[in-house]
Design a protein around this ligand. Structure first.
Ligand SMILES: Cc1cc2nc3c(=O)[nH]c(=O)nc-3n(C[C@H](O)[C@H](O)[C@H](O)COP(=O)(O)O)c2cc1C
Length: 146
């Protein structure tokens, strides 16, 4: 089973909670999975030793899309992370009352794809509070590609 890394950026804990749910579901299926807060890691060689990387960020800003604060340095150095050829999927929390609903998720997915990542499933965009059922569904879809 693929060794998987989950990295999330979360300000009020919503995307963190989603990341933890994903970790739990993958671990229950015996996936070797590590969970990291973007605040605690560097982009350099991030994906080394992993087959799959799940990236999560909430969206901020209003007129413009802003990634979650801790995720910005990682996004800006993503080319150093070694995502080429890795299985990647992106998730995040947002609020559909904003113009760019989960814009950070789209931006990360687009950049990962440009860097040669293999996007294994469409992104998970949570509107409002973390939704365990929606997250579990998505995690199972991810699982089927690991
Ligand atoms: C000032 C502000 C700006 C926001 N901008 C956006 C946005 O552009 N798009 C979006 O989908 N959500 C936006 N949100 C909603 C947050 O992304 C949402 O509350 C999310 O659940 C926060 O997740 P976190 O706790 O993981 O950081 C914004 C929230 C605030 C307070």
């Amino acid at each position: 089973m693929a060794k998987t890394l989950i990295v999330y950026g979360s300000t009020t804990g919503n995307t963190e909670s989603v990341a933890e749910t994903i970790q739990k579901i993958l671990a229950e299926q015996n996936v070797d999975v590590d969970l990291q807060n973007a605040a605690d890691i560097q982009a350099q060689d991030l994906a080394n030793g992993y087959d799959a990387v799940l990236l999560g960020s909430s969206t901020w800003g209003d007129e413009e899309i802003e990634l979650q604060d801790d995720f910005i340095p990682l996004y800006e150095s993503l080319e150093q992370a070694g995502l080429k050829g890795k299985k990647v999927a992106v998730f995040g929390c947002g609020d559909s009352s904003y113009t760019h609903f989960c814009g950070a998720v789209d931006a990360i997915e687009q950049k990962a794809e440009q860097l040669g990542a293999d996007i294994i499933v469409g992104s998970l965009k949570i509107d409002g509070d973390p939704d365990d059922d929606e997250t579990a569904q998505w995690a199972k879809e991810v699982l089927s590609h690991l």
